[in-house]
Structures are given as C-alpha cells and as structure tokens.
Ligand binder design. Structure first.
Ligand SMILES: Cc1ncc(COP(=O)(O)O)c(C=O)c1O
Length: 368
C-alpha cells in the first residue's frame, strides 16, 4: 500500500513502540502510587513531559497530558465559557464544533473569516474592541490545505488586552519549527498520533498563571486540571515520538519538501488541476487539489482499489452534498470543492511512491 494520508494519522514508529512496551507489561504501576512501581511510572510520565516540552520549546511544567488533541481543544475552550469567543472559519471540528454545537456556553461566538488564499487575516480583528477575558482560537496550520496561519501577528495585535489566545498546533507539530515561548499564545493543543506516536494521547500547553476550567473532576492528576489515571504507555510513546521528531526534524522537513515539490511539479501537468492555498506558506507535507468535474470521493475509492490511501481532506459521507467547510470558507467553487483530494506525506514516503501515485491518478483521470 502507498500511504499518503499522514494528516489523518501516522503509523507508530518502531522505536516508539519499543519505548512503550515495558509500560504495557511489567511496569504497570499507577503513577499516583507511592511504592516503587508507581514511582517508576511517575518518572516515565515526567520524562515524556520533558521530551514533549523540548520539541516545542516550553517549560515541562506547562504541559498537561490529555487523551487526544480533541480533548486538549475542549479543555482550552472550556476556559471561554460565559465569555466572548472568536474562532476562525477554518478550524478543525474539534474547535469549531465546540462553539457551533453548544452556543449557549458562550456569551458571544464570532467567526474570523479566511480569504481565498486560505489565510485568516488580522484585518478581521482590527476594529474589534476586545475586553479582558475574551478568548480567541486560531489554528497554527490547517489540516486540509495546509495553510500556515499568522498566529504571531494575532498575538502581537492582542498583546496587553487580557485576551486569551489559543492555537490548535496539532498539524504543525513536528512539521514546522515551533516555539511555545516565542509564539506567545496562552494555550496550545497537541496530539501524539500525527507524529508517529500512539493514538489517544495529546497535550494542552498552558502558560503559567492562565486559569483553566476542568472538564472532568475527581483526581489530582495533571495539576488537578485533567483528572484520571494517566495512560502511561501512550504518554511514554508520545514523549519518544516527540524526541525523535526533534532529533530528526531537519531530515524529515527536507525530505517532505522535496517530495511535495516533486508531487506538485507532476500534478501541474494535469489539465485544469487547482492546488488549494497554493499562494501561501503551507505545511511541507500537505497538498490538496481539485480537478473540475471530478468527484473526489469516487476518485479516492478508485485510488484505494489501486492500493493508494489519500483523503478528501474533510470528513464526509459517501454521496452526500457536503463540501469541506474549510474550502467553503475560502470561497472555493462548490463543484471544485467536491473534487478535493488531500495528499499528506510522511517521513517514510519515497520518490517512487510519488511517481506511482501520479501515474495511477493520470490513468484514472484518462478513463473519466
Ligand atoms: C488540526 C487538528 N486538530 C485536532 C485534531 C484532533 O486530534 P486527535 O485526533 O488527537 O483528537 C486533528 C486531527 O485530525 C487535527 O487535524
């Protein structure tokens, strides 16, 4: 199989699995237990905290482990309860639906619009009179078309106003240089399974002193903000994956860019093909395109039959009239949006896989 859907999930790196195994077998202690087995588990969790912190240049004490990126987003947005909330139109559902599916929780919900290039513009907030306690959530990089957002410009514009700024950095992690300290956001969400770690593990990074509102109760774990016995093996895996992502960052980034450029060059030979967010800086591993009069879901299934895994980019059900809310927010024509295919590369992809993908794609399109 040729796997080209790394923004959906990545396979666990063998070295990560190896680091996790002892905690699934002999070292099964509860980190809250005071005896040796518990202390071993506690120190494994603390070590993972250091490893994740090192990848994003944050103090380890500011990392709170959660069960997923989705939970990290929910915990962050709980802070916005009874306050005014701004979310961008291109957020992942794990942020966007926190607002759209429970509007009663917030004093106000405001949408930050994106332009046709895929970028959320600071101009959208220039005229707003922000108050202390207002909450803004803007993702660092989009999971569908890969556009990197200018979060730093938002932070600078909101400086000194007492606004809490959250960024969903799930897709950015390990793919672009990322410093929590330098970015200056108060809250940042991360996920393990996008960087060759296990599924079901994430983290919320929190600047010192930023109060949170827990969404679960009944334990003192994670500074009392995320109670529940820690998933030690998964946290250890997340830590190891973060360490490898840091050590291999340059190597992975240059491989990704080279492969993506190769793919882009070849795709440009296909008549009518449009690359979404082409004009802006994108994640080095991500390329989403559309081809007029092609059904993206059908093409995805045909590629699957040929052993190639890609995505349309957004969750959709077969035959539905649904189009990606992200592409809709960018004003992409409905027909073109329905043809969307997202290719997201990983550290183990090869040039030959890219060439095979393009060759199969061309054959399928010729039959169309
Ligand atoms: C941008 C973004 N945020 C959040 C998530 C959710 O992360 P998790 O799968 O760990 O819940 C994803 C997963 O696709 C994502 O792409």
């Amino acid at each position: 199989m040729i796997y080209l859907d790394h923004n959906a999930t990545t396979p666990i790196d063998g070295r990560v699995l190896e680091a996790m195994m002892p905690y699934l077998q002999g070292l099964y202690g509860n980190p809250s237990s005071l005896y040796r087995l518990g202390r071993v588990a506690r120190s494994a969790v603390d070590c993972a905290r250091e490893q994740v912190a090192a990848l994003i240049d944050a103090p380890a004490s500011q990392i709170l482990f959660t069960s997923s990126g989705t939970e990290a987003n929910a915990l962050a947005l709980a802070r916005a309860q009874n306050r005014r909330l701004w979310v961008s139109a291109i957020e992942h559902p794990a942020v966007f639906e926190n607002a759209s599916k429970q509007p009663e929780r917030y004093l106000e919900i405001n949408i930050l619009v994106a332009d046709s290039s895929g970028k959320v513009l600071t101009q959208g907030i220039e005229g707003i009179k922000f108050q202390a306690g207002d909450f803004v959530s803007l993702m660092l990089a989009n999971n569908e078309m890969g556009a990197i957002q200018d979060v730093l410009a938002f932070v600078e514009q909101l400086k000194g106003l007492g606004v809490i700024m959250h960024t969903d950095a799930v897709q950015a992690l390990g793919k672009i240089p990322l410093s929590f300290r330098q970015l200056g956001v108060q809250l940042m969400s991360l996920s393990s399974h996008k960087i060759y770690g296990p599924k079901g593990c994430g983290a919320l990074v929190r600047q010192a002193g930023v109060p949170l509102r827990p969404i679960m109760f009944g334990g003192e774990q994670e500074q009392g903000l995320r109670p529940g016995t820690e998933n030690v093996a998964a946290i250890v895996g997340f830590g190891k994956a973060a360490e490898l992502a840091r050590l291999e960052f340059d190597q992975r980034a240059s491989l990704m860019s080279a492969l993506r450029n190769r793919l882009e060059q070849q795709l440009k030979g296909i008549s009518g093909l449009v690359i979404f967010a082409e004009a802006v800086e994108r994640l080095p591993n991500t390329l989403q395109f559309g081809i007029p009069d092609v059904n993206g879901e059908m093409l995805l299934m045909q590629l699957d039959q040929k052993g190639i895994a890609v995505s349309t980019g957004s969750a959709c059900s077969a035959g539905s009239e649904h189009i990606s809310p992200v592409l809709a927010a960018m004003g992409v024509d409905r027909g073109l949006a329905k043809s969307a295919i997202r290719v997201s590369l990983g550290k183990d992809n090869t040039e030959s896989e890219i060439d095979q993908f393009v060759s199969v794609l061309k054959t399928l399109l010729a039959r169309h």
